[in-house]
Every structure is written in structure tokens, then in C-alpha cells.
Design a binder for this molecule. Structure first.
Ligand code: CTP
Length: 402
């Protein structure tokens, strides 16, 4: 699992730094290659000699190596890594990572890293529950980082509470589980629709909705990180993807999205219909701006857009999975089940506009996943990337059943 993996271990200035020596030893024993980066303060708690001996590599803690003047490239390190673990992560480093204060080698490397990042906080209980720490950890989660929650117990201050860095053995288990899981969509092709569609009225006006695309993009990242080849068909959004396993097709209207999906879904193992597709479009699109010349109030005549999920459902092959989304305001469960049947879905992800912090524009979501047989599982409110992981876990289970 960890054999041959390149792991950056970032150490910051906290008492728990002594435990990180054990983590490095465990990683090396598991076959990983480890590069330790220490903040200048971390060196007050544990010596670089201990860590370089255990890792078999010189420890990096400055932008330049003092005696040779050699520049340590944070960009190269960021690209080299398969994962980065910051343990212990102090309140100060967490704040710097959350806000991009790149004043040391560790945070600079973090900002350059393309690999998943794991953060194991360690601090006193009052610091841990301070609004700023809670907020900064929330921000780190929303960027897709994995927070390894600290344990509750006796702290360096001799106070009892939450703030003890998780034990090295458990941090190792989190990493092993991550790399284990990462392979579960290998060689699968997943088509995902995301974002809103935009239906033009004239060259300056359109009909659309509030979808930000965040849920669909989080799903694309999650599937790609677990080994899938992803085709992401997206309506107009301001999000970016930076993953070679994701090919993005940008579209504007529901018709364009329909055509793009039909083109790419033939060989797909899974299609996830996450886009908020406009059900109707203006029957005619004015070639010039509609002017306010007359006293009459114009009436916009609409016509039906194609139902993309239904079209994919009609062509679905044996072994192909079709996942839909439903955003409801009332009769949530029965409406969702109705959609499963109508569109030949295998699973539907239901979110209710009645739930706070769920749905459009926000970074979190609270979903219930319902299967074709009517069984359902309700999840807590979580960052969209974690919701994406829950959805993909369900998909992987259904794929195994086929
Ligand atoms: N969907 C689609 N094409 C459409 C409308 C919806 O592919 N023209 C997909 C959505 O991406 C989602 C699922 O169908 O996965 C359900 O979308 P929703 O808007 O809730 O369903 P509708 O069939 O439009 O029903 P209603 O708006 O009446 O609730």
C-alpha cells in the first residue's frame, strides 16, 4: 500500500513533534520514501539529526541550505510527493496553510503540493476550540485536505481535553486506508455533469439557476483521485480543474450538455448527473437585444429541454450505473423515488432546500442516498469533498454487486 510512495512529513513546533519520529520510522518500515520538512520552531522540539537518520534523507527546513547555498525547490517537492502529512500541525501553521502565508519551507511546499494533504493538529484544548482554529480547520477541509482529528486526553499543559496529536500508528493507518481506497475506481470511466445550464433569450439575457458546480467538481476530483478516468461535462461555472485524469467539456445550454453527454457516455461505467439542468428554454432566441420599445409586457414562450438523465437511462447497458441528484423542497423521499423510476437510475442523491448549509452555492452539503430498491442512508452535513467520498463509496459498492 505505502510501498514506494513518496511522503512529505511536515513537522511544526509543538511538543508532539517527538512522536513524529515514530511516524517517520513506521512509514519507512512500510516501504515509503520520506522527506522531512521542519519549520524553524520544530527544531527546538526535536533535532533534524534524529529525523534525517530515521528517514535516510537530509531534513529540509530552510529555503536555502546554509553551507552550500543550494536552493530547496518547494515546487519540485510538491510534485514529487504522493502525499503530505503535517504532524503535529500547530494553530499557527494551520492558520498559515488556511490563508496562504508562505513564510517557511513547509507552508510553501504545501501550497505547491498537488498530492493529498493530511493534517494532524496538536495544541492545547482552548486553542483547539478557539473560533479562529475551528474556522481555519474548516477552511482546510473545504480545500480538500484531510484532517486527522486530535484525541482527547492529558495535554502538555497537564490540562485534560481535545488536542493530543493522533498516535503515529493511527496516522499510518489513515494513510494506508487512503492509498488502499485510492485504487477502487482504477480503469473505470466516469461521466459527470455539473453546474447550471444557461438558456439564452437574446445576446445579453438568459434563464439559469444558482448552481455553482461545486458538488459535481468535488465528485470529479474524488473519482479521479481513486483511479478513474473522468469526463466532466460542465455548464458555465467559475471553477477550475487541475487533474490530468479529468477531461473537461464546457457547454452552455441543456441541448449542448445533452449532445456532449451522449457523445461520451457510450463506454462509461458510471454516469453521475449532478448538473442543475434547466427544464425549459425560450422557444426563440432573439438575435438582437430585446428593446423596451413598446408598452406591452413581452411574454416569453418556453419549450422543453431534453431530459439528459432520462436519455442516458434509456440507453443504459447492463453493468452501467446511472446516478441522479434531486434537490427538493417538499415530499423529498417520494419525489426522489419517483425520479429513480422515471429516469431508470440506480441511485439518487437527495438534498433538501429545507436543510441549512445544503444545496446551491455553499461549500457543504447534507444528503440522503437512496437506492433503486427504496433503501436509503442519511448523512451528516459535511464539506462537499467528503460528501463526494460518501457518494463514491456507495457507487463502488454498487459496482461490486454487478
Ligand atoms: N436532469 C437532466 N436533464 C434535465 C433535468 C434533470 O439530466 N433536463 C437530471 C439532473 O441532473 C438530476 C436529475 O435529472 O440528476 C433530477 O433533476 P431534477 O431537476 O430534480 O428533476 P426533474 O426531472 O427536472 O424534475 P423537477 O424539476 O420537476 O423536480
Amino acid at each position: 500500500m505505502l510501498s514506494g510512495k513518496h511522503i512529505i512529513v511536515g513537522i511544526t513546533g509543538g511538543i508532539a513533534a517527538y512522536k513524529t519520529a515514530t511516524l517517520v520510522r513506521l512509514l519507512i518500515k512500510a516501504g515509503a520514501e520520506v522527506q522531512v520538512i521542519m519549520t524553524p520552531n520544530a527544531r527546538e522540539f526535536i533535532t533534524p539529526v534524529t529525523l534525517s537518520t530515521l528517514s535516510g534523507k537530509p531534513v529540509i527546513s530552510e529555503f536555502f541550505t546554509a553551507n552550500t547555498g543550494q536552493w530547496n525547490s518547494h515546487v519540485d517537492l510538491g510534485l514529487w510527493a504522493d502525499a503530505m502529512v503535517v504532524a503535529p500541525a500547530t494553530a499557527s501553521t494551520i492558520a498559515k496553510m488556511a490563508t496562504g502565508v508562505a513564510d517557511n519551507m513547509l507552508v510553501t511546499t504545501y501550497l505547491s503540493a498537488k498530492a493529498p494533504v493530511f493534517v494532524a493538529p496538536a495544541m492545547d484544548l482552548d486553542m483547539m476550540r478557539h473560533h479562529s482554529t475551528v474556522h481555519n480547520l474548516e477552511l482546510l477541509r473545504s480545500y480538500g485536505n484531510h484532517i486527522i482529528e486530535p484525541a482527547t486526553g492529558e495535554l502538555a499543559s497537564h490540562l485534560m481535553g481535545k488536542g493530543r496529536m493522533e498516535e503515529p500508528e493511527n496516522i499510518l493507518k489513515v494513510l494506508q486506508a487512503f492509498f488502499d481506497k485510492k485504487q477502487d475506481l482504477e480503469s473505470r470511466h466516469i461521466v459527470i455533469t455539473a453546474g447550471p445550464t444557461v438558456e439564452r433569450l437574446d445576446p445579453v439575457r438568459f434563464i439559469s439557476n444558482f448552481s455553482s458546480g461545486k458538488m459535481g467538481f468535488a465528485l470529479a476530483e474524488e473519482c479521479a483521485s481513486r483511479g478513474a478516468k473522468v469526463t466532466l461535462v460542465s455548464g458555465p461555472v467559475s471553477l477550475k480543474v487541475n487533474n490530468p485524469s479529468i477531461s473537461r467539456i464546457d457547454v452552455e445550454s441543456a441541448s449542448q450538455m445533452h449532445d456532449a453527454v451522449m457523445d461520451v457516455c457510450g463506454d462509461a461505467d458510471v454516469a453521475i448527473m449532478c448538473a442543475a439542468v434547466a427544464d425549459y428554454r425560450p422557444k426563440s432566441v432573439a438575435s438582437r437585444k430585446i428593446k423596451r420599445e413598446h408598452d406591452d409586457i413581452p411574454v416569453i414562450e418556453l419549450e422543453k429541454n431534453p431530459d439528459i438523465a432520462k436519455a442516458v437511462g434509456q440507453l443504459k447497458r447492463r453493468g452501467q450505473l446511472l446516478v441522479g441528484f434531486a434537490l427538493e423542497t417538499d415530499n423529498e423521499q417520494s419525489n426522489a423515488l419517483e425520479k429513480i423510476k422515471k429516469k431508470n437510475l440506480d441511485m439518487i442523491v437527495l438534498n433538501s432546500l429545507r436543510d441549512k448549509n445544503a444545496g446551491f452555492q455553499v461549500d457543504t452539503n447534507k444528503v440522503t442516498i437512496m437506492r433503486r430498491d427504496g433503501s436509503s442512508k442519511a448523512y451528516a452535513c459535511k464539506p462537499k469533498r467528503e460528501v463526494a467520498a460518501d457518494i463514491v463509496d456507495e457507487i463502488v459498492e454498487l459496482l461490486k454487486k454487478d
